[in-house]
Ligand binder design. Structure first.
Ligand code: HEC
Length: 267
């Protein structure tokens, strides 16, 4: 018996060592030299969606980011946005990884690849495990800033069946003394989280082309198309179809609609 436990001990330690070599040491040798992009580098050229926030909410923007230049403000927003994403537990419901399973690629676009996580914003990556809401790693520009503002304020306003909670604390009034709704704007938290979700995937430039799926994700890129079904046209000259189930060649007392051909005395 003692010999067996010794064998197990050695095997256990051996496999532990093997696992360390395979999953830590070899990758370190292979990728250790790769340089990690810093947030400042990522933010050097802020996307249009962020510049738009500055125009849309000048007062709130100034209050949130002060007089920093655009790229410094964007770096600040990204850092804050990531913290909020983690702190608010967005990752409980959202993943940030297009996986090689099911229809992921169709729904969200190009499969995730290692390089896109090799930056300070993804150390560690927030891949998430659950998907109560959609994956967000290709989120940039799917919706406008306005959409995000409305969505964080009260998700069902723009996605009627949504179970995502409201984030009212992402907002405050420009003028605290008024109750007017127009003075309600995203605050530092709100601006940062919008900058953050609008950044996710912005490095992948053909997102639109790689997303094919119908439904909510499609709605994201194009204005909603209303599928109006034409009511079936009734041509009185055509012989009536024998769809009454009697199989008697159409010579039945009921028309197609199940009513008799007799004029209705009550009409
Ligand atoms: C309880 C689960 C839940 C939590 C927590 C949650 N969400 Fe969502 N989210 C959803 C669901 C469900 C949807 C899809 C319906 C909709 O658009 O509201 C969604 C949609 C979204 C969308 C739009 C996705 C698209 O492409 O249409 C964004 C952006 C988003 N969430 C961001 C966030 C952020 C940021 C947080 C944290 C502050 C968060 N969510 C927290 C469930 C959640």
């Amino acid at each position: 018996m003692e010999r067996f436990s010794f064998v197990f001990l050695v095997a256990g330690l051996g496999f532990f060592a093997l696992a360390f070599v395979v999953s830590a040491w070899v990758p370190m040798l292979e990728f250790g030299e790769l340089s990690v992009e810093s947030i400042e580098e990522l933010a050097a050229d802020p996307p249009q969606s962020f510049l738009d926030l500055k125009d849309q909410y000048p007062v709130a923007y100034k209050k949130a980011f002060g007089d920093q230049d655009d790229s410094a403000a964007f770096a600040d927003a990204l850092r804050t946005g990531r913290k909020i994403y983690i702190g608010e537990g967005c990752w409980h419901c959202h993943s940030q990884q297009v996986r090689p399973v099911g229809s992921d690629e169709e729904r969200f676009g190009r499969l995730s690849y290692p390089e896109e996580y090799n930056n300070e914003m993804n150390y560690p990556p927030i891949w998430g495990t659950r998907r109560i809401g959609p994956d967000l790693i290709r989120e940039a520009d799917k919706h406008s800033n306005d959409w995000h503002v409305a969505h964080f304020w009260h998700p069902p306003d723009v996605a009627p069946t949504s179970v995502m909670p409201s984030y009212r604390w992402f907002f405050e009034r420009d003028d605290p003394d008024t109750e007017v709704d127009e003075s309600l704007t995203p605050n530092r938290k709100g601006l940062s989280i919008i900058a953050y979700v609008q950044w996710l995937g912005s490095w992948q430039d053909n997102r639109r082309e790689t997303i094919h799926a119908a439904g909510s994700i499609d709605r994201a890129f194009d204005p909603p198309v209303e599928h109006k079904e034409e009511p079936p046209k009734k041509d009185d000259n055509e012989p009536k179809k024998d769809d009454d189930g009697f199989g008697d060649g159409g010579d039945d007392p009921f028309g197609d609609d199940g009513k008799t051909d007799e004029p209705d005395p009550f009409e």
